[in-house]
Design a protein around this ligand. Structure first.
Ligand code: IYR
Length: 233
């Protein structure tokens, strides 16, 4: 597994001690070629809800998590924990608890407007991906820093930081050849209980990872075109 060695992380109240940063500059022609290739590769990513039960190379998943952990974060506080769950018993418990919550949601808790918005995607309360996919990455946000002696310190822009990290995680998994789904059971409190996470951590998403099932189907989605999402001055 590729690892990066970094010895510095901000310590509350430390002074600013910058170091030089001199990356080589990429030639524009190469930038353009890479950007076009990346755009095409990213456009191939689909949210997968039907997974094969085949195992995945775990170091690919660990490297993707390491990529996610390079995300920028408020005050570089890196307010994330990624829990990689392979144990079939734990995945079963997560599925049972998620389906219990989802049943209430799809039975009416979401409300008709939300249910109507989800209908074209074909989702329901049955979540086989939680036990079929060979790995789940459960992402927790550290809502605040919690010292060993119980000291608490504020974390900043936690939603933004963790959202960016999850975007990078989904990109890394896809570009490494694995399929994933961002699943947001609601409420997610049960994940802290099942995984024994501390009081400062709040579940953000469950990301099943694997290969699409041979008979996998996805909704026939159309993405907005660039001119629909980009405004230039
Ligand atoms: N959390 C539910 C419902 C759901 C909500 C949205 I917004 C989606 O884009 C998809 C599903 C579920 O996981 O089924």
């Amino acid at each position: 597994m590729a690892t990066t060695t970094r010895h510095w992380t901000p310590t509350h109240g430390d002074p600013y001690r910058p170091v030089p940063y001199r990356p080589g500059r990429m030639a524009p022609a190469e930038s353009l070629a890479r950007a076009a290739e990346l755009r095409a590769r990213m456009d191939e990513r689909r949210t997968v809800r039907q997974f094969a039960t085949d195992p995945v190379p775990l170091d690919v998943v660990r490297d993707a998590i390491a990529c996610a952990a390079t995300a920028p974060s408020g005050a570089h506080q890196q307010p994330w924990t990624f829990v990689l769950v392979r144990d079939p018993g734990v995945r079963r418990r997560i599925r049972d608890a998620a389906e219990e919550e989802e049943r209430l949601s799809y039975d009416g808790r979401l409300g008709e407007e939300w249910l109507a918005a989800l209908r074209p995607l074909g989702t329901d309360e049955v979540k086989p991906h939680l036990t079929d996919a060979p790995a789940l990455i459960v992402v927790f946000q550290q809502r605040y820093w919690l010292g060993e002696d119980g000291t608490k310190r504020k974390h900043y822009y936690v939603d933004e930081s963790v959202g960016i990290a999850v975007g990078m995680l989904l990109s890394a998994l896809h570009l490494s050849g694995l399929a994933a789904l961002i699943h947001t059971p609601s409420p997610m409190r049960f994940l802290s209980d099942v995984l024994g996470r501390p009081a400062n951590e709040k579940a953000f998403a469950v990301i099943p990872v694997g290969y699409p099932a041979p008979d996998c189907q996805v909704p026939d989605l159309v993405r907005k075109s660039l001119d629909q999402v980009l405004v230039e001055f």
